[in-house]
Unconditional design. Sequence first.
Length: 228
Amino acid sequence: MSAPVSGTFQDHYSLFGIDPGADSETIKAAYARLAEKYHPNNPVSGDAHKFECVNQAYGVLSDPQLRAAFDKVKGVDLEGGNPKFTGAEFFRALAQSAGLRAAVLCILYDRRRVKSFKPSLSMRHLEGMLVVGGESLNFALWYLKKRALVVYDDKSAMEITVEGMDFLEQNRPTPEQVMGFIRRDALVEPEPLPALAPETTAAEPLLNVLSRALQRNHPAEEIRPLKK
């Protein structure tokens, strides 16, 4: 149940990078991300052995009875231990949570708008577009899923719902609230226009500009203004 092909004990929670108390949506999202990463067809990070381990972990953690049995083997006691409050970190996260959820909705709304025939994004793509870690993103998606603002498709990718679009339009965030969560390399930006020289105006004929440049470079020569 918990031993991979090599015969050694496999900690499914550590493999998925989640806590033993993680809910089913978190487990499903972690599986989708790792399965995509290690799938043998992935030319960059494909790994058949790791892919099999990921599938085995999901088979156990997605089944309540197998998961309970694994928790006993691992010695997981969700009611034991000494739970701790994160203190100042909690209040920082609380202040950012709404902005992160708005950023996710904006990304998925924009995806639906520009890619109407393929509106969903995988967990890997979302992580690559945002500056936050996987745990924060999982928490944001859990909330959005519970509010029915996003849904998972049959490939565990996410897309915005009509309710999510309505919510975003009725509670429009400012660019300042959203852009800080999005990586710069995930933005589509037009190339900047070339800057004009200080003495040049946009309406000035290009030939006159070139003429002045020649005069600056050859002050000893008499150069007449260029004409068409």
